[in-house]
Ligand binder design. Structure first.
Ligand code: ZN
Length: 185
């Protein structure tokens, strides 16, 4: 399959920070009342379900875009894997510094640079398990009383450790919905 001519997906310019406060009408998930511990547990659950998706029998379907401008399940998975890495960096920064501003991360550039469209889903599976597992483990290690430490995105959005974790979980779960495997709890 030739990937060089693939169109880029629509850039995701939506600000999703509202998902911390309201149930998402698309994936049905409400994260706003979850504790750090609950977010950690659900992140681990979602990681296992992502691995199940990526180990599905129909590899061709896992690599196929449902529409030229919509990511394949494998591309979404690679995105989620990298979101885990980026958010772990942000979490560590919030715990190390007072009210840091996060470095920008261009998810569409990351998809091109990371060759998401050429990846083997079997190889993304361990990456997603490691990335999400590390984030969940770090959440469990946040010292008592530190969950309200703050940080900013460069666009001004403010997060606490808790809302960053909630936001992250929604992203991970929303993309399971995107690939047709809503989180089973
Ligand atoms: Zn959602």
């Amino acid at each position: 399959m030739e990937h060089a001519d693939l169109e880029l997906p629509e850039p995701d310019t939506k600000d999703w920070t509202w998902t911390v406060h309201h149930r998402c009408p698309e994936c049905g998930v409400a994260v706003g009342d979850l504790t750090l511990r609950q977010v950690a547990d659900l992140t681990d659950l979602a990681a296992r379900q992502w691995v199940e998706v990526l180990e599905g029998d129909d590899v061709a379907a896992l690599r196929a875009r449902p529409h030229p401008r919509v990511w394949s399940p494998t591309e979404y998975a690679a995105h989620v894997r990298d979101v885990g890495r980026v958010f772990l960096t942000r979490l560590d920064l919030m715990l190390a510094e007072d009210t840091p501003t996060f470095a920008d991360w261009d998810q569409d550039a990351a998809a091109v640079e990371g060759g998401y469209a050429t990846l083997d889903p079997r190889r993304v599976a361990p990456g997603i398990a490691t990335s999400l597992g590390a984030f969940a483990a770090r959440l469990r290690a946040v010292p008592l009383g530190e969950e309200l430490r703050r940080g900013h995105r460069s666009n001004g959005s403010e997060f606490t450790v808790l809302t960053l974790a909630q936001y992250f979980l929604h992203d991970v779960v929303h993309h399971l919905h995107d690939v047709g495997h809503p989180l089973k709890v």
